[in-house]
Design a binder for this molecule. Structure first.
Ligand code: HEM
Length: 234
């Protein structure tokens, strides 16, 4: 298997104190936050329809009828937006042999024993698992969602099929919310990560500690897709 490139378009290093490394372009960040906002709105509107005790959440969307109408359309926004993220990041999330080694040393990951772990490219095994889980879950949520989108598709599916789809859709949604919590928790737990998605850059120290193979590739300029220049920080 050929070694995958570790850097994406726009990744580059800036000299300075501290050294900073560009990790996400403005377009990638915008794409990410549209996806994130859509998922939060979907979770809130979905929970509002899920159980009577959560019905009060419909107040956020202008009442029960509007919530029911808006929810699937936000799902379409999420799907389109996630396709953008998928196309940007799927190659960097391909599984490698070292990912299995990293995962096998989960104890060292959790105790932040970074020096005992294999060097990581742009994404570690945990991030890759979250990425592929999100990809699969979104496809399945959209597919089951279409079956129960009565406004447009009720005539294409039997009531029995719709009942099964509601159950599947609800279970998948709960799994998706759990994956989302893991994603956000990890982003907060690994200090310095949130800045990657807000400002687009991380410190050289963060990259050295958590994604050393990615940093090495940027320094050596061997990345097939990333620019090779090292520019002074503003
Ligand atoms: C709303 C709360 C969210 C926060 C605070 C958040 C935060 C972050 C941060 C900090 C990163 C950069 C991680 C890194 O570069 O090491 C990231 C990456 C990413 N996020 Fe989120 N995120 C959120 C929601 C979402 C949602 C809802 C999705 C998709 C449904 C998503 C999909 C992704 C993807 C695909 C990446 C690129 C990492 C990869 O490809 O493995 N995020 N997020």
């Amino acid at each position: 298997m050929t070694k995958q490139a570790e850097a994406a378009k726009g990744d580059s290093i800036h000299r300075g104190n501290p050294v900073t490394v560009d990790r996400y372009t403005a377009a990638a960040r915008l794409n990410h936050w549209i996806t994130a906002i859509s998922l939060v709105l979907l979770a809130l509107s979905g929970l509002a329809l899920f159980h009577p005790s959560l019905y009060f959440l419909t107040g956020l969307f202008g009442g029960g009828a509007l919530t029911r109408m808006i929810h699937p359309f936000i799902g379409v926004v999420l799907l389109l937006s996630f396709i953008g993220l998928f196309l940007r990041f799927w190659k960097l999330n391909l599984w490698e042999r070292t990912d299995s080694v990293w995962l096998g040393r989960l104890r060292d990951v959790l105790t932040k024993n970074d020096e005992k772990l294999p060097e990581v490219g742009k994404y570690n095994a945990g991030q890759k698992l979250v990425f592929w889980s999100m990809s699969l879950l979104i496809v399945l949520l959209v597919a089951s969602g279409v079956v129960i989108w009565q406004q447009f598709f009720s005539e294409y599916f039997k009531v029995e099929q719709q009942r099964v789809a509601v159950l599947i859709h609800s279970i998948l949604a709960i799994v998706m919310i759990c994956v989302w919590i893991v994603h956000v928790y990890a982003a907060i737990w690994v200090r310095g990560t949130i800045g990657a998605m807000t400002r687009g850059r991380v410190t050289g120290g963060w990259a050295w500690r958590h994604h050393r193979r990615w940093l090495r590739e940027l320094v050596s300029g061997k990345s097939k897709v990333g620019p090779k220049e090292v520019t002074p920080a503003e």
